[in-house]
Design a protein around this ligand. Sequence first.
Ligand code: ZN
Length: 554
Amino acid sequence: MGSKKHPQQSTPPTKKAPTFLLELPLAVQAGQAARLGGHLETGRQFYNAVLSEGQQRLRRMKADPAWQAARAIPRTHTQERRAAFSALREQYGFSEYAFHELAKALRVTWLAEHLDAVLAQTLATRAYQALNRVCVGKAHRVRFKSRGRGLSSIENKRNDTGLRFVVQTQDGGRRKGYLLWHNDQLEALIDWDDPVVTHGLSQRIKYARLLRRRASSPRAQGADSQGGRYFVQLALEGVPLQKPEHAVGSDTVGLDLGPSSIAIVPREAEARLEPLCAELRPDARAIRRLQRRMDRQRRAANPEHYDEKGRPRKRGKGAPRWKQSRGYQASRRRKAARERKLAAHRKSLHGRLVHQIVAVGHTIVTEKISYKGWQKRYGKSVGLRAPGMLIDHLRRTVASTGGTLHEVPTRSTKLSQFCHGCGQTVKKPLWQRWHHCSCGIGPVQRDLYSAFLAAYLDPAEPLPSCAQYVVPWEGAEARLRAAHERVKERAKEGQVLPRSMGIPRAGARLPESRSEPTQEPAFSLRRGRLEAWRGRENPRGLGPGSIQYFTSNV
Ligand SMILES: [Zn+2]
């Protein structure tokens, strides 16, 4: 179908403050329920009347030969096509604005007693939106509201007149909330001890919506004689309060944090190997696209700064000033907005992970890592996932629950090199994702193994010894294997995982097929940084060697 929006709606919306909803049940007495039922029934008839008239307008408009002519305009002629459709909509009164006018005309005296003007307008908008979906081919038909089903909701646009919600403080400091409509005061059932509710009610109310839901039976608690239950939904300005997770476990948890993954091995509970903030990748991709666009725009606006081969000229004294086009400035604003969004998203992902860890144990052992060193080596990945911030967050949360985060010095522990079977410390090259020692330990994914070693380390004496691990290993080996099995399952489901996790792929080596670590490079580095990495020593405490992932995917 492809008709365009009415110009009235194509103007960009004003910047809206974030909104969230809070729903509260209403205590409705029999008399009130009867009156509410009457209002809603009037609303239903009014909605149907608007819908019926709107449907006739839509039919007449589509029957006009000009409609077919407008449809025949090729989509490439955007302006022309849009103008043709909008002239037709104007002519036949098929727009939100025209529907509001229609609502005014239809809201005759007997109706006005039941239905305020603003509520009539929101109903007209609803009818228009339903018909417009048919008009643009997103729906086949509209549905009139039957008497039996009735109108299940009605809403206002504002909270100062008509249907509105108020919180009153009564004598003795007790607060009560009421939905006001006409002369009725409907008390909301509010749990003032619930922080989510009290937070919501301390925000500005944009508007209220009355809902009627069918109860399981007319005799259900709080239901009216037709078996309806009433609720108020408040559209509130701001963001909802997240209930803090109170669960704090008592286990000891070993962590091995890499630039793009984390291994979590508790002494008793399930072990896990997780990619770090994998959900951030689409955001990061969008930011990179904007960055490239900015580069192009800067280049286009400043040709004098580049030589004939497109290389930037050396800047010196008297060089012309760099110009910023409007497009460039717009891209920069969009990129900044995206970056803010990414930071917020990352914070929430970190928070989720921290709570998952704290829910298992309050004693956490991990190797202290130089995040600054990481920043130098894995700039992009560390910048995106911010493992340092994750550890800070974890430290604060663990402290607030009375637990401790032990960061043991990497220099002495060398958990990523140690083997508890023979007591040797052997440096693993970065490509080697598995600990598989000739003494018979393994194969086990190296991050999980490091985290296991950390879990049983004595933080007061952080030197791993063979004896302390013999017994724990019996129970842990299967758990570590299970953790890696789950990673493999996720890879099979198509989830992209860092290569450090040791998922066999085409060209990657399986642990079973390898007996001795050879120096043959097993990477497929795309950007020729292999040379730079070869010969560099294994960064201490850096469990996973996931270079390929960083250079190619981040
Ligand atoms: Zn060994």
